[in-house]
Design a protein around this ligand. Structure first.
Ligand code: AHR
Length: 636
């Protein structure tokens, strides 16, 4: 190569390098924050949870029951998730007996007819659980069942937990004998020094010929706060980390049902499990109703959340509705009863029922939502239905804040529930959505929202869209009083998901948070109580931020979202405020928008915490491409 050619090559390489540098870093932007100029209040209840039975959120999810189809429902394929067991030369058959059951609510049962069995050749049934049953070492599993036998000489009933692969019995217990009338029996299965696994099943067997009837066969692992009939510990811990301030329940579509008789009938979800008939849900599987009204309230208690109670308002999703007027009165009364069950003293009619169900103390209730997504009611009957519920509830409970599920023409609701399911690009464009909202209008509850990209759980592009959207909600949190991502939970097994992009995924063995989950945790853990005057200059269209202050803790929270692939250099001017030199930086970033977490790789996109050196009230900070960051500054 000649000297000239070499010089030209070097010049070209330098030019190319410089161009790459210019391309890979956006021009610096300037963010000025006036720490001494509060603008508007941030609602302390901004972040909460929305929940319903979807994606096996409760059965096969949060609700810790291990036995699937514990009430022996059958379809054309047989008794779902239960199988006949005939060891050696044992002979038996099973069928659903519609003529006998342990209660008015559970009128049928599983009939097990054993023609031949002995202690070494047992007959019985096995249950495969919700895609397996997780067993931990040295752990007690509490079981119970209702049963009766045709005679007293059937002998004992044995329960065993058996590993699917090895056939090894990992725990066993016996119930001495059954009577000839329906009775509940209890047992405990204790594992030894086994290896934790989910490939296990439950076996119920007898070593004697005879007939027995069974229902409500149940098995629970240790639960969160040791609640009887309680929740899965790992999922509750993940929810607790979100610092939720409220729980909107029981839906969603699950409140309404496809048809009126399939709505969430709260009175059928309280009291002993044997008195709960179970019901079909709109998400194509049957609900055990083990997680019923009082369990929702217990969940609120456990995570110190306030209930946001949605009451059925006379509309079900297949365009079935109850006409406002006399026809609707029984439904209005049902809602009044429900509110009394939640809030009434133990000497009120429904407060007494709650006390009898084990919770004498009333719960505090501020918000009641009338229905769900009533804009789908093509008859336009919601105005009338809302007004009727409003009048009746306000007459008895004037302090309750009543939420409408759509904008109303005839009256101003206390709060209006808005729902948004969008792609990331829409959230980038719409992060200003509430900037111009009339402050005299109803308060806003964003009762369901999510960026929907990625399945079963959202990917990093979703997290970027979510974070951009959250900066907008925080900035407008004087009017946006509450917000909840939806759906919250998904069982990631095949057939577990009915709705793509759900915040937390799990199977029987373990659970994980999506990138969107971590964005939620980061935002809710650094809320602040008011927004600050601020200005962003020179930034591209994909840079979003929120600046809030926690006056009591003397902290300034700066959340910055760089949804662009290129790093963003930022001059941050705290406009004269004195801040400690060591700030906390929490950073969530990914090399690509499609990066995500999965059940087997749960930590690909997780927040990383570090110390950020802040030399003075003006400092320079570079945001990586595709990043969500929280900077927590301590004010001096
Ligand atoms: O979150 C999933 C569904 O989306 C809810 O059940 C319904 O309210 C909305 O349409």
């Amino acid at each position: 190569m000649s000297e000239k050619t070499f010089a030209r090559s070097v010049a070209m390489a330098v030019a190319a390098f410089t161009a790459t540098l210019a391309l890979s870093q956006a021009p610096p932007a300037v963010l000025t924050i006036h720490a001494d100029q509060p603008v508007s209040a941030v609602s302390p209840t901004l972040y909460g949870l929305m929940t319903e039975e979807i994606n096996f959120s409760y059965d096969g999810g949060l609700y810790a029951e291990m036995v699937r189809n514990r009430t022996f429902r059958a379809d054309w394929g047989g008794i779902q998730y239960w199988y006949l067991l005939e060891d050696g030369n044992a002979k038996a058959k099973i069928e659903v007996d519609p003529k006998t059951g342990p209660s008015e609510a559970l009128k049928s049962s599983l009939k097990l007819e054993v023609e031949q069995a002995d202690p070494h050749n047992q007959a019985g049934v096995l249950n495969v659980g919700y895609w397996g049953m997780k067993l931990n070492p040295n752990t007690a599993y509490k079981g119970s069942f209702y049963a009766k036998a045709d005679s007293g000489d059937l002998g004992s009933v044995t329960f065993s937990l058996v590993n699917d692969d090895s056939g090894k019995v990992l725990a066993t217990a016996s119930v001495a004998s059954l009577g000839t009338s329906w009775k509940q029996h209890e047992f405990t299965l204790k594992t030894g020094a086994i290896q934790a696994s989910a490939g296990n099943h439950l076996v119920l067997s007898v070593g004697h010929a005879g007939t027995l009837w069974l229902n409500l066969v149940s098995l629970f692992p240790p639960t969160y706060h040791n609640r009887v009939n309680g929740n899965r510990i790992d999922l509750m811990e993940k929810l607790a980390a979100m610092h939720p301030t409220f729980l909107r329940f029981p839906g969603g579509n699950y409140l309404e049902g496809d048809h009126i008789p399939e709505r969430f009938e709260w009175k059928k979800t309280i009291g002993p499990l044997v008195d709960r008939p179970t019901h079909p849900s709109p998400w194509h599987y049957h609900s055990s109703d083990g997680l019923g009204l009082l369990e929702f309230l217990g969940w609120c208690e456990d995570l110190k959340m306030q209930p946001v109670l949605a009451v059925y308002a006379g509309y079900s999703m297949m365009q079935e509705r109850v006409k406002p007027g006399p026809d609707l009165n029984p439904y209005v009364q049902d809602a009044l009863d429900e509110i009394e069950y939640v809030t009434g003293a133990a000497d009120t009619k429904w407060g007494a029922v709650r006390a009898q169900n084990g919770h004498p103390e009333p719960f505090k209730l501020t918000y009641v939502e009338i229905g769900n997504e009533d804009f789908f009611d093509q008859s336009g009957s919601y105005e009338g239905r809302y007004a009727q519920f409003y009048k009746a509830i306000k007459t008895k409970y004037p302090d309750l804040q009543l939420i409408s599920t759509m904008p109303l023409k005839g009256m101003k609701p206390d709060v209006q529930d808005d729902h948004f399911y969008v792609r990331a690009t829409q959230n980038f464009k719409d992060a200003m959505h509430y900037d111009k909202t009339d402050r005299n209008g109803p308060k806003i509850f964003v009762g369901e929202w999510a960026t929907r990209e990625g399945a079963p759980t959202p990917n990093f592009n979703s997290a970027l869209g979510d974070a951009a959207w959250m900066t907008g909600m925080e900035r407008n949190s004087d009017i946006v009083v509450m917000a909840a991502y939806a759906p919250l939970l998904v069982n990631v097994n095949p057939g577990g998901m009915q709705w793509e992009s759900d915040l937390i995924g799990y199977n029987a063995m373990k659970s994980y948070g999506s990138p969107s989950y971590y964005a939620q945790v980061m935002f809710a853990s650094h809320l602040g109580d008011h927004t600050l005057a601020s200005k962003l200059e020179g930034a591209g269209p994909k840079l979003f931020y929120s600046a809030t202050k926690d006056a009591a803790k003397k902290r300034l929270y700066l959340k910055v979202v760089n949804a662009s692939s290129t790093p963003q250099s930022l001059e941050i001017d705290l406009s004269g405020a004195k801040v400690a030199s060591a700030a906390k930086l929490v950073s969530l970033s990914a090399p690509d928008t499609q990066a995500t977490n999965t059940i087997d790789d749960p930590s690909r996109v997780v927040p990383v915490e570090s110390v950020l050196n802040v030399p003075g009230s003006k400092f320079h900070h570079t945001l990586p491409g595709y990043s969500i960051q929280v900077i927590q500054l301590t004010l001096k």
